[in-house]
Write a protein that binds this ligand. Structure first.
Ligand code: ZN
Length: 270
């Protein structure tokens, strides 16, 4: 069984000290997939100065030179990997970036061509801002050949671009839902990679304020008993002592199983 860890929102607004504070005792055990925003535009969020919540100003990652230096060395050391987390992460009046931006294809191209050389990192995963992806957004991610690492994935054929895998994967998820006694709207994180023609998808469990060790253990146990894998997703900027405790105890729990391997998130798709 593979277990991976994803962290969202590294951007110009991230301090290397904060990442170190949260992950120094973690990335020595498991690589952290940092879903990174290449050209952040400020929005209302803890850790982003209030002056930038509505300024509309774009901040390329390289303007935080200390962070870029640190990320490059963490990538080289195998402690982090880099995923693309939107292009600007801006919110629109009628949706999040990859639901509402008029040009998702160009945003992916711009983000990829900027981030990879800047950080000397190969990027193969896309994490949509706010985990929100329109049909067109998903088609763009697929056309770019990026794997989609999300949370709250929807497999309903009406929500997705049509291809042969659409129906087949929908049935697989439905079968799992039934086999685990879930009704239609009960929450589910499907523990297997779903493959489509040009990309693959995997859903993550969330570590947010209030998440308990018990909840994570239940998700992990279910995935393990089904023969699946597990990915945990969180945000460094909201990890406090309590969440950090849950994270460490979860890693302790998972590492007790001899068949469990801690891998980079990219390893879930191989
Ligand atoms: Zn985000």
């Amino acid at each position: 069984m593979r277990v991976a860890l994803r962290d969202d929102d590294t951007s110009y607004f991230t301090s290397p000290e904060r990442l170190h504070h949260v992950y120094d005792g973690v990335w020595t055990r498991i690589p952290v997939c940092l879903a990174t925003v290449p050209f952040a535009i400020g929005y209302r969020r803890q850790g982003i100065p209030e002056a930038h919540w509505t300024s509309g100003e774009t901040f390329p990652l390289e303007r935080n030179a200390a962070l870029v230096t640190e990320l490059k060395s963490l990538v080289a050391a195998g402690r982090v990997t880099i995923a693309l987390h939107g292009c600007t992460h801006q919110d629109y009046p009628d949706g999040y970036e990859f639901q509402a931006a008029p040009d998702p294809e160009a945003r992916l191209a711009r983000g990829m061509s900027y981030l990879q050389p800047l950080l000397d990192a190969r990027v193969s995963i896309f994490v949509p801002p706010h985990n929100a992806l329109s049909k067109r957004g998903l088609a763009a991610v697929s056309a770019a050949g990026l794997n989609h690492l999300g949370s709250f994935l929807s497999f309903r054929p009406s929500m997705r671009p049509w291809e042969r895998g659409t129906l087949r994967n929908w049935w697989r998820v439905r079968r799992f839902r039934r086999a685990t006694g879930r009704r239609r709207h009960d929450p589910l994180v499907y523990p297997f990679v779903l493959r489509y023609r040009r990309h693959a998808e995997f859903g993550c469990h969330s570590l947010v304020p209030g998440t308990t060790l018990d909840q994570l253990r239940r998700g992990f146990d279910e995935a393990r008993e089904a023969g699946g894998d597990f990915c945990l997703a969180t945000h460094y900027w909201e990890i406090d002592a309590a969440m950090s405790g849950v994270l460490h105890r979860f890693l302790d729990y998972a590492s007790r199983f001899t068949d469990v391997r801690f891998v980079a998130a990219e390893g879930l798709f191989t």
